[in-house]
Write a protein that binds this ligand. Structure first.
Ligand code: NAP
Length: 294
């Protein structure tokens, strides 16, 4: 049975004595779609793995990571609030994870824990999967937290021409700009303070607007940092990382203006597919997953 957001909440898995465990560590984890997605992929490919969510936060982080090692899990995902806090407990970091200072995927290689960040690369793969151009395009990112940092770095590495980051705390936006300047000096990068008129001004030269704030979800559902759709131009892409609800107030304004709109479902699938490949060496059966789960 599908829930009211269209996702089947659980998947049956067969478990034997030789089943290897994968996990999600974070707090909260009960709402996550990752267990359903990975277990469905194991089921489709006939892999003898099972994926489960476990509550982990700053109070039990060390013992949770020790448990992952002791139980010899194949790997695990990491979500809020421990994406940064887990770094000291890992043995090695990928280029992205080290640069961004956050991890969402860990592989256990014979007791050595290697941290990766697949959020930004997953976002880029979703745009590419939808046939959208990244090279030389101009991106306006609103928000400068973990997801924004990972996405900005991935877009810069994929050849974006210009990236502007708007945030309430300007120093966080400036930090992202310094990372872009380091890894991709050809990409023009600017930081701007989050204010109504700054968004309108920056929109003029943007091909893609990306909401990397929680504005539009949870208790902020129905809220958008844009109220007047006429400040959007019709040929731009409006992207929102939020996937509950599927259509945020921002995406509804984009639809009203005739823009192409993209929610966060594609990113969650692709970041998971990249993690799946890191752990299993196999391609996640994305089309089947989309059809059967979403
Ligand atoms: P985060 O690290 O907590 O960053 C949140 C950012 O939003 C910060 O820059 C913060 O500004 C800004 N912000 C928060 N409330 C705001 C408000 N009322 N007005 C203006 N700016 C506000 O969170 P995150 O991990 O980057 O996640 C950001 C969003 O992306 C969330 O909605 C999350 O659910 C979504 N997400 C989706 C996926 C996916 O796969 N689809 C993956 C990761 C995240 P300050 O820095 O000034 O506090």
């Amino acid at each position: 049975m599908k829930n009211n957001e269209g996702l089947k909440p659980s998947v049956e898995v067969s478990i034997s004595g030789s089943t290897r465990l994968l996990a999600l560590l974070g707090d909260p984890v009960t709402h996550s779609i990752s267990p359903a997605m990975h277990n469905k992929a194991f089921q489709i490919l006939g892999l003898n793995y099972a994926y489960m969510g476990f509550t982990a936060n700053k109070n039990n982080l060390k013992s949770s990571v020790d448990a992952m090692k002791a139980l010899n899990v194949l790997g695990f995902n990491v979500t809020m609030p421990i994406k940064q806090k887990i770094l000291p407990y890992l043995d090695e970091l990928s280029f992205e994870a080290e640069m961004i200072g956050a991890v969402n995927t860990v592989k256990n290689e014979n007791g050595k824990l290697i941290g990766y960040n697949t959020d930004g690369p997953g976002y880029v793969m979703d745009l590419q999967d939808k046939g959208l151009k990244i090279r030389k395009q101009s991106f306006l990112i609103v928000g400068a937290g973990g997801a924004a940092t990972s996405i900005a770095v991935a877009l810069a590495r994929a050849g974006a021409g210009q990236i502007t980051v708007i945030n309430r705390s300007i120093e966080k936006a400036e930090h992202i700009i310094s990372l872009i300047n380091k890894i991709s000096p050809d990409c023009m990068a600017f930081a701007s303070k989050f204010e109504d008129d700054s968004i309108a001004q920056e929109l003029v030269k943007a091909n893609v607007l990306i909401n990397c704030t929680p504005l539009g979800m949870g208790h902020q559902e129905g809220i958008s940092f844009i109220q007047d759709p006429s400040i959007l131009h019709k040929d731009m892409i409006i992207s929102d990382l939020i996937y509950v609800p599927r259509k945020t107030a921002l995406l509804k304004l984009g639809d009203e203006r005739g823009c192409k709109t993209i929610n966060g479902i594609g990113m969650i699938i692709w970041q998971g597919a990249l993690a799946f490949k890191i752990w299993t060496g196999e391609d996640m059966p994305i089309q089947d997953i989309k059809q059967q789960l979403f």
